[in-house]
Design a protein around this ligand. Structure first.
Ligand code: GLY
Length: 336
């Protein structure tokens, strides 16, 4: 091709090339700011986080605000309104992680209203990552948190009174799934949910990712039991280069596969958030498909483009999304 022919051709194809580039660019453009969270209870949580994100605040502040919002809700299974352990004591787990891999967590903390904020203080004020039990409570009190009443919420008190009659102080295992309603990671025999976990991930205007998780954990657990929620790499993982993931459901099964770290590693390998979550779910189910029919695990993930997705073992996992484009609840796909 001579130079003249090349120039003529370039003139003809330039607009085409430009528009192709524009399309490629828009596919690369980041969907930000954005916040996603587990369950339909994530809608008000996202709204609280959005107040920070829409003012160009940080993802870290946004996820903390979202978690605080649900911890304030005494009627929710997260926070001090949650169901107690088998000794009748509410113990709370929470963690937070930012775009620089800074992280903090508390596990088994009692009578503190905002474990997520204690987790943030652990991250910002100590050289440690996790504080547990009495030590976590002592640290909270030293840092200005107040000791709340040990009384159970009315709902939790009634549920515990029923449970102790039937279950004779036996730790919960093999919780059967009896219904497909949303908002229920695991189920008691009468179909009521046994706990809920709030996990949320945000990306701010600067493209930074952060995540937070807060929960009262599995109801009627053995006193001292810690689930996946406060464990970095299990209940939450953030890698600001590739993405972030959080989980809900039976924590022991998530811990066994370092669930959210695995999801993020799959995103690093190039899988979409949804496929990355699916591959982690497959890893759990592969171990024992029959056992996996008796519990629920759901993963929720976001990559650096602000694309998101989820996958669960069973039907019923839902998640909430808030961005400038949408404010809605999605059904998660499921494996079994
Ligand atoms: N995923 C919450 C827990 O197992 O405690």
């Amino acid at each position: 091709m001579n130079r003249r022919k090349f120039l003529n051709l370039s003139a003809l194809t330039a607009p085409l090339l430009l528009s192709k580039n524009a399309i490629a660019h828009s596919a690369q453009q980041k969907n930000k700011p954005i916040v996603i969270s587990t369950w339909d209870s994530g809608m008000p949580v996202n709204a609280a986080a959005w107040k920070i994100l829409e003012k160009n605040g940080s993802a870290l502040d946004a996820v903390e605000a979202g978690a605080i919002h649900i911890e304030n809700d005494i009627n929710c299974c997260v926070g001090l309104g949650g169901y107690p352990d088998r000794d009748g004591i509410v113990t709370l787990d929470a963690c937070i992680m930012d775009h620089n891999a800074n992280c903090g967590a508390v596990a088994g903390i009692e009578r503190i209203k905002h474990p997520i904020s204690v987790a943030r203080k652990v991250m910002e004020k100590t050289p440690h990552v996790i504080l547990v039990g009495n030590g976590a409570q002592q640290f909270a009190l030293e840092n200005g948190f107040t000791l709340e009443s040990a009384a159970l919420s009315t709902d939790a008190k009634n549920a515990y009174a029923e449970w102790i009659k039937k279950n004779e102080y036996k730790p919960v295992s093999n919780i059967e799934r009896k219904q497909n309603g949303p908002f229920a990671p695991n189920f008691f025999e009468d179909g009521t949910p046994n706990h809920d976990t709030m996990g949320l991930i945000a990306m701010d205007i600067k493209n930074n990712l952060s995540g937070a998780v807060t929960t009262s954990g599995m109801a009627y657990k053995v006193h001292g039991r810690v689930g996946d929620s406060p464990i970095i790499g299990a209940g939450l993982f953030v890698d600001n280069e590739f993405g972030a993931a959080t989980s809900s459901g039976t924590g022991e099964e998530v811990i066994r596969i370092c669930g959210t770290h695995l999801v993020v590693e799959f995103m690093r390998q190039g899988y979409s958030p949804e496929l990355a979550c699916k591959k982690a779910v497959e890893r759990i189910v592969k171990r024992d498909r029959e056992k996996a029919k008796t519990f629920q695990v759901g993963f929720l993930a976001m990559n650096k483009k602000g694309q998101f997705g989820a996958y669960a073992i069973q039907k019923g996992f839902v998640f909430s999304v808030k961005s400038t484009n949408e404010n809605k609840i999605y059904d998660s796909k499921f494996l079994i």
